[in-house]
Structures are given as C-alpha cells and as structure tokens.
Design a protein around this ligand. Structure first.
Ligand code: ADP
Length: 290
C-alpha cells in the first residue's frame, strides 16, 4: 500500500525535560481512517502536529516525518518545502479555528488560499467557480443555508462542519483531525464523525483523527493507534482493542471512556493491511507494541 504518512524514530522533548514522544515509528496508508487514542498527555496532539509540520522533533536525533511522499521534517528541522506539503493537508482543530466575524462562506473560501495567487487571497477576490465549490462543500456537510451567516453565531457542531467544508475546498489529500468532537454534544459528534467517515469512504481521503472517546474510535475507525506516555502502545484493528487492553492503556479512568457510547449504527470500512504489521487482520488485532 502506498504510504501517505511515514514517521521514523520521532522524539520530542519539551523544555529539555518533558519527553512527549519517545521513538515513534508509524506508517499510514492511502485511504485509511485511523484513530489515535491514549490518555490525556500521552502525546496524541503532539504527534498529529508533527505530521503537519506545526512543530518539530528533537534536534540531533534521527527522527523524520514524511507526508504524501515529501519530507515534512527530519532531525528536528522543517523541510524547505513544508508549505507546499501543508497545502495538501487539511487540519481540523478541536476549537474549529474559524474567523468568527467573517461569514461562513468566507471561512470556507479560505481553504482555496493555498491554490490561488497571493494578491487575490489578500483582497478576498474569488471566482464564481470558487464560490460554487465553497457552496458545494457546505452542502456536503449540511451547512449550505448558513453560508452568509457570521461563523461566530453558529453552534460548535456547526462550526466544526464548516471547518471540514474548508478542508474540502482545500482539496487536501489527507485530513488530520485533532480531537474534532471533544467539545461537542453526542449528536453533533456523531454528525461530524459521519462526515469524516464519508470523506474517507467516498473520496478515498486518508483520515487520522485523535479521539478521547474510545467508543468512537472503535466504531468509526478500522485501525487504532494507541499512545501511552509518548510511546506506541498498540497499533492494530479496532476489534483487537479489548476492554482489558484498554485498561492497560488508560488505567482506572477507562470505565468512563468506554461508557461514553458512540451511536451503534456507524459502520466500519475494511482497509488494506496495516503497513507496520503488514499481516492479516488477526495479526493486527494483537499488534501491541512495547
Ligand atoms: P494529548 O494530546 O495526548 O493529550 P499532548 O500531545 O497534548 O497530549 O501532550 C503530550 C505531553 O507534552 C504532555 O505532557 C504535555 O504537557 C506536553 N506538551 C504538549 N505541548 C506542549 C508545549 N507546547 N509546551 C510544553 N509541553 C507541552
């Protein structure tokens, strides 16, 4: 399988003391939908941010991150080409990152900034076709009728759908979503996860999503990668993530996470074998690391 993310020997230490990532090796293939789980502080967001070149690993190490065949960073330095690679990465934030005072459609149009000339972007001049595409993206996430409303007036779930529409307009090949449903009510969370799953299945986009809620990871993602104290603790099929294994990852806090039920009607998409484990689903189910 064609790898769209390849992380080798990645270490990240904050303030010369706090080791957030400790030798991460991870590959994600094209078209996968992968959940990144683990207790608070285990390094999920830090790892995702490294994939987008929003932060960089320790200098002096041999760590590297490649996305879509381009090096994003190696040995603690961002590649010169990081901006063009980033243009192909859609990043969804927990707190949506919309410009509240601007209209919904203006926020979505910002997704095209990486592809249009700088002066048009600065002046906010978009073509009819770009506007049509923005409305189409909004329709896809069920937000077309809010196109001319101020983004800040929407609910959290609606804002997250607009942020996804922005990533659609960006025509990103890969979506990295950092706790996209953490601050949403269950119904909005289900809608957002359904949309991400639809983009993965219908458009074949690779989706990597950090999730606090284990049940959503199990229900929406065939593959789960679990971090514990900055190390890869589990990488395999979500049906291999037994309650007992979850207890080893989360400790005593696991009950509340498991009871945080996701809707039962969500389906899973079978994926090709995990490139790390490159075995059958049975092998993946027991791919505990370390
Ligand atoms: P998670 O997403 O799993 O909750 P994070 O990636 O946010 O975990 O954090 C991993 C560790 O790195 C934590 O100990 C956190 O305090 C630390 N950390 C994250 N970002 C920073 C930062 N900007 N400065 C200092 N420490 C940080």
């Amino acid at each position: 399988m064609d790898n769209v993310v390849s992380i080798k020997s990645l270490h990240k230490t904050f303030n010369n003391a706090n080791r957030a990532l400790n030798g991460i090796n991870l590959s994600v293939g094209r078209g996968e939908m992968v959940a990144l789980i683990g207790p608070s502080g285990s390094g999920k967001s830090t790892l995702l941010r490294h994939m987008a070149g929003l932060t960089w690993g320790d200098r002096g190490g041999q760590g590297s991150v490649s996305v879509l065949g381009s090096i994003i960073q190696q040995q603690g330095k961002l590649a010169h080409t990081v901006r063009s690679t980033r243009a192909q990465i859609g990043y969804i934030f927990q707190q949506f990152n919309l410009v509240n005072r601007m209209s919904v459609i203006s926020n979505v149009l910002m997704g095209s900034l990486g592809r249009i000339s700088g002066w048009r972007g600065t002046l906010g001049i978009f073509t009819q076709d770009e506007r049509r595409q923005a409305l189409k993206a909004l329709a896809r996430v069920g937000m077309e009728k809010y196109a001319y409303q101020r983004a800040g007036s929407l609910s959290g779930g609606q804002q997250q759908r607009v942020a996804i529409a922005r990533a659609l307009v960006q025509k990103a090949d890969i979506i990295l979503a950092d706790e996209p449903i953490a601050s949403l009510d269950p119904e909005s969370a289900r809608i957002v996860m359904d949309i991400l799953k639809d983009i993965n299945e219908q458009d074949g986009k690779t989706v990597i999503v950090t999730l606090h809620q284990v049940e959503y990871a199990r229900k929406y993602c065939h593959r789960v990668v679990a971090l514990k104290e900055g190390e890869l603790f589990f990488d395999g099929a979500s049906n291999g993530l037994s309650d007992e294994r979850l207890a080893r990852i989360y400790g005593s806090s696991v009950t509340s996470l498991i009871n945080d039920k996701a809707p039962v009607d969500s389906c899973k998409k079978p994926i090709n074998s995990n490139p790390i484990n490159s075995g059958d689903a049975g092998a993946m189910a027991f791919a505990e690391v370390g």
